[in-house]
Design a protein around this ligand. Structure first.
Ligand code: ZN
Ligand code: ZN
Length: 171
């Protein structure tokens, strides 16, 4: 089965309980990230995460290190020299541009910062690798600022890079 995923997402998604084949597939492929699993299964990433939690599937050290080294050699995220065209995040012009381009994003992030400060929400661990350092909030929808997915910096960047591409997967 071939699934094409485009930014904005015009693709069919499977919902409902996982069947045995899917369950076995997940169990035997924990060296894949939640995102990769979700792409392979044609299910949403939050559905994969819930499933892993429910089944108490945890990645072992070996699987996490496999994910890490794969991410590193794939030249994605911060390892990619083209990332953000080499513009520093702290650059004043970059910040200004971001505010002009993505007012909703900036507002959503500010809402999250305040919610964390006030204790309304608590930072979780990365939903891809389970690490609990440098965790950022990813917004599937900026108009629901408190609906977030927690991701480490690297996987957050990776996710946005992937979303900007068309991905072909052979199932
Ligand atoms: Zn994000
Ligand atoms: Zn991570």
């Amino acid at each position: 089965m071939k699934i094409t995923i485009k930014k904005g997402g015009n693709y069919s998604m499977t919902t409902g309980p996982y069947n045995e084949t899917e369950k076995r597939f997940v169990e035997n492929n924990l060296q894949l990230t939640n995102r990769e699993l979700s792409l392979k299964l044609g299910r949403s990433k939050s559905s994969v995460k819930c499933f892993l939690d429910r089944q108490r599937f945890r990645r072992n050290k070996e699987q996490i290190s496999q994910i890490r080294s794969r991410l590193a050699s794939n030249q994605i995220g911060e390892n990619n020299p083209n990332w953000r065209g080499g513009i520093s995040k702290d650059n004043y012009h970059y910040k200004k541009l971001q505010i002009e381009r993505y007012p909703k994003r900036i507002k959503a992030r500010e809402t999250v910062r305040q919610a964390i400060r006030s204790g309304t929400i608590v930072r979780g661990e990365c939903s891809v690798c389970g690490i609990d350092e440098k965790i950022e909030a990813h917004h599937p929808d900026y108009s629901s600022p408190l609906t977030v997915e927690w991701l480490c910096r690297k996987h957050h960047r990776e996710l946005h890079n992937i979303e900007n591409e068309t991905i072909m997967i052979n199932f």
